[in-house]
Design a protein around this ligand. Sequence first.
Ligand code: RTP
Ligand code: MG
Length: 139
Amino acid sequence: MATNRTFTMLKPDSVEKGNVGAILEKITASGFRIVAMKLTHMTLRDAQEFYAIHKERPFFGELVEYMTRGPIVAAILEKENAVDDFRALIGATNPEDAAEGTIRKLYAASIGENAVHGSDSNENAAIESAFHFSGREQF
Ligand code: RTP
Ligand code: MG
């Protein structure tokens, strides 16, 4: 597998609970290199656009409220097979279904407040990275 990139957000609950350091340690210990990172606060419009694919879902309002209630840490990560390996590292959307040792199993409270985002395809990783970072912010 070629080295490639994925995009992540440590969601507001991770920042609020002081879990950013522990989660970043787990990410880097799992072989991901951080190529861009920042603390940022999404506006309502940002969150609606970022999660537009879910706009018809019943949880959309809650999701947008959650993602905008405080700052997040946005980052681009590089590794072989980055998208799939990162989805494996974070675990299932619902922490009750997440495997032992995964980030969501360790740090997520519920299916709605689930600590981290991970891109679900190479195409979305590129779109989501460009949403949050300019080319000059990627190393
Ligand atoms: P993400 O995009 O954040 O990495 O999460 P995911 O792929 O595992 O899950 P997805 O289906 O894309 O859902 C996006 C986010 O919406 C919230 N959600 N709430 N209350 C619910 O039933 C529900 N379902 C999803 C979660 O924050 C989920 O990560
Ligand atoms: Mg998703």
